[in-house]
Design a protein around this ligand. Sequence first.
Ligand code: NAD
Ligand code: LMR
Length: 333
Amino acid sequence: MTKEAKHVLITGAAGQIGYALCPMVAGGRMLGLDQPIILHLLDIEPAKQALEGVKMELLDAAFPLLKGIITSVDADIACKDVDIAIMVGGFPRKAGMERKDVMTKNVTIYRDQASALGKHASKDVKVLVVANPANTNALILKEYAPGIAPENISCLTRLDHNRALAQVAERLGLHVVEVKNVIIWGNHSSTQYPDVNHGTAGGKPIREVVKDDAWLDGEFLTTVQQRGAAIIKARGLSSALSAASSACDHVRDWVLGTPSDGSWVSMGVVSDGSYGTPAGLVYSFPVTCADGKWKIVQGLAIDERSAEKMKATADELAEERDLAHECIAAANA
Ligand code: NAD
Ligand code: LMR
């Protein structure tokens, strides 16, 4: 029997991640090859013509699963009845900018779009925030959309997770699917902690197989933490195809479940205080997903060095939260 179409909102759809993401979603990469899709594409007035161009190309690609395309520059129209909301719209970081620099521009967008989603989206809408500062935009969205359950609001750290898997796989000459259970703790920023202490490569502990703690505790960490900046330097633009692909991975695993072998993924979710993190912050944890719900993996042993790194990234998130509140107060004044 044909499934009912799912309504998927992509904000910032005329931008570069949007251009990579739309065909992936329409092609079934996010919700499966048996799931019809209606795309809701939102951008802003200056990008209206480009947005229509994206729609024309999506039509021309003749995707069998794509049952409709709604384009709009009005959030109230674009958010109507959406089941999944991928929030990409905003201003990207440019060379030389830190994530905090983009905050002033982006948090007020998330305050306003929270209210459009709260009013018009399906009551069980699942939200993924991609735009930076991703964790803090998601936090603001949670605060300004009280009608959306906090567990339905998340942010993208799956790109960092995938980057960590790929670095270990490259080092060992393995295929990436042979590497499992790395963890990204905390913020999608250079303070994130990519943790390999519980991970495996070819079924054995990563540290045992790599046999180079200096690399794992040094160059590996900084490569993953700085990968976004390295891509910006190389391309003159921030990651787009890998961000789009990881966004599909994030939503697919959330909706359809993580593998039954118990392996986990990293997601930015509202902290319940697990592992001593401040409750309420949007913090990246190892999670497993089933029946459309994520669950933080509990009981992992955390050494002192890891605990320090997990706290440092939580401290940055608390600072970002305070700064975001100041930006919103200033915008309201
Ligand atoms: P981009 O500039 O190419 O596209 C952004 C789009 O958002 C533009 O079309 C712009 O018109 C639109 N936009 C701006 N304000 C909007 C609003 N109020 N409502 C709807 N649309 C709006 O940027 P991009 O490269 O596609 O990146 C998008 C965001 O994703 C950036 O914030 C970037 O830093 C972030 N990013 C996050 C990750 C991650 O892993 N979390 C990875 C890569 C990029
Ligand atoms: C990334 O990780 O590629 C993006 O978040 C871009 C950035 O600003 O670092």
